[in-house]
Design a protein. Structure first.
Length: 94
């Protein structure tokens, strides 16, 4: 059975993706990507506007799915970038 610290780290590492499912611009701000969050907020607002019209509700879902996909990819990229920076700092030969 994993230790409580390992379980807590797992939850913290993956909770940002859960937040992205419901409010992707907030997840991007929390992951430190404000400009990506602004672009995602624009997609989110367009999605809500399309959902508000009965005629384009399906298009609203597609735009929301694109915003979610954008958020997940940017969050993953931000995590990988931080990981790469840690590895580079650890292997620096100063």
């Amino acid at each position: 059975m994993p230790s409580p610290d390992a379980a807590s780290a797992y939850i913290q590492r993956h909770m940002i993706y859960f937040i992205a499912l419901f409010c992707s611009p907030l997840a991007l701000v929390l992951s430190g990507r404000p400009f990506a969050a602004l672009f995602n907020l624009i997609l989110y607002v367009i999605s809500i506007a399309l959902w508000a019209t009965i005629l384009f509700a399906h298009a609203g879902f597609v735009v929301w799915a694109l915003a979610l996909l954008h958020a997940v990819l940017v969050i993953h990229d931000a995590r990988e970038y931080r990981r790469m920076r840690r590895i580079m700092a650890a292997t620096r030969l100063d």
